[in-house]
Ligand binder design. Structure first.
Ligand SMILES: *Cc1c(COP(=O)(O)O)cnc(C)c1O
Length: 403
């Protein structure tokens, strides 16, 4: 089981080999230490664990099912399975770490949760958690994403969160992180920055992974119950890498299971046209931690793009950076076009509309299935596509027969 690996990483200082750590202004060092201590305290506490278990079962609807895709497998070959995180409450895997982060915030006596959001999923999940625990919530979001992900903006507001539009730079995820970080710096005592992925300074990459670990644990057991064996491969999309770490961590000590992280190849491999951090980046520092980073010669983060707003981040989780170097996970990419095709394939063959982020993982699974039809592939279907339907129909509807 995955106990060996998970005990080994990160180190006490939050390093995964050379990646991770906490490169912070002095004002925040103390705060991060408090958060780390609190996390270790509550993660050993019986009350905390049983409260989180109860929330997962009665509020989130866990365990989410594993589903065998009959028609998709018939058409593409292979045996294709989905871990249905789209059925997790609020429509994506993100609530798994948001409920954990909010529980921690309550333990620390914080009044307000602050975060960034790309596609709006993290914002919706955090606003959900804030409502559940009776905390204030402030979500920073790039103006480009606000326009693209309108339903999620409205959802956050209905849930009682304040949405702060960010108009700097490319007006997408990276600028939203910068803006949320600034807001947090103004009052770190009463607020907590709830990072939306396995990124940021220690202890966030570790905490978010641990909160997502449930996905991998459930999936491993469910897959074995269904088939009597382990999957040949496990596939997940990688933005910051939280849904991928969640499912990978369940299989990481099973050397015979191949793990694939799928990055957004966007519209071309020109700088600014993709966000394939692991494929094209070099080690660097962003938002307080070291990781593979798409950057210019001076180490400034490069502009990034993906059709999936939740994937367009120039950095990536430090643990993924290490897993690439040690060769335990294979990283590859899928283009916008391939993701859109997969979005319609899954919708029309299985009746499941995936998030554009998750459609990247589906697209890659279809390639694996075609390559070797004898094998089984388990996809982490990280979220549902309701948030994307207006955008997809407006831009691609005609090609797929929608007038
Ligand atoms: C946010 C999001 C992602 C990307 O985030 P990771 O941290 O890489 O998992 C993927 N899928 C969905 C549905 C999302 O909302």
């Amino acid at each position: 089981m995955s106990e060996n690996y998970l005990k080994k990483y990160p180190t006490k200082e939050g390093f995964y080999k050379e990646y991770g750590g906490a490169f912070l202004p002095p004002a925040l060092e103390e705060e991060m230490k408090k958060i780390t201590d609190a996390y270790f305290a509550i993660s050993k506490s019986h009350n905390f664990i049983s409260e989180l278990r109860s929330i997962r079962k009665h509020y989130q609807g866990r365990p989410t099912p594993v589903y065998y895709c009959n028609r998709l497998s018939e058409k593409y070959g292979g045996r294709i399975y989905l871990k249905r995180e789209d059925l997790n409450h609020s429509g994506a895997h993100k609530l798994n770490h948001c409920m954990g982060e909010a529980l921690l915030a309550r333990y620390l006596g914080k009044k307000k949760l602050i975060a960034e959001t790309g596609a709006g999923q993290h914002g919706v999940a955090l606003a959900t958690a804030a409502a559940y625990f009776g905390l204030e919530c402030e979500i920073h979001m790039g103006e480009v994403d606000i326009a693209k992900e309108h339903p999620n903006v409205v959802r956050m507001e209905i849930l009682g969160a304040k949405v702060v539009p960010v108009s700097k730079g490319l007006k997408t995820l990276k600028e939203a992180v910068d803006s949320a970080f600034e807001a947090y710096l103004k009052d770190p005592v009463n607020t907590i920055y709830c990072i939306g992925s396995v990124v940021g300074p220690h202890p966030f990459p570790m905490m978010v992974r641990d909160f997502q670990h449930v996905v991998g644990v459930e999936a491993r057991e469910q897959f074995q119950d269904m088939t009597g064996e382990l999957p040949d491969s496990v596939v997940a999309c990688v933005g910051g890498g939280s849904n991928a770490m969640g499912i990978f961590s369940g299989f990481i000590d099973d050397e015979e299971v191949a793990l694939y992280g799928v990055e957004p190849g966007g519209r071309s491999m020109k700088t600014g046209d993709h966000a394939a951090t692991m494929m094209k980046g070099k080690p660097g520092i962003i938002h307080g931690f070291k990781c593979y980073l798409l950057q210019d010669e001076d180490g400034n983060p490069s502009p990034v793009y993906s059709i999936a707003s939740g994937l367009d981040y120039p950095g990536v989780g430090p643990e993924h950076s290490m897993l690439k170097d040690i060769g335990r996970v294979n990283y590859d990419m899928v283009t916008d076009k391939e993701a859109i095709d997969a979005f319609f394939e899954l919708s029309r063959l299985e009746g499941i509309i995936p998030a554009l982020e998750s459609a990247h993982a589906v697209a890659y699974a279809l390639k694996l299935a075609q390559k070797d039809p004898r094998k089984s592939v388990l996809v982490n279907l990280s979220g549902r596509g309701d948030k994307d339907i207006d955008f997809v129909v407006e831009n691609y509807g005609k090609q797929y027969g929608i007038e």
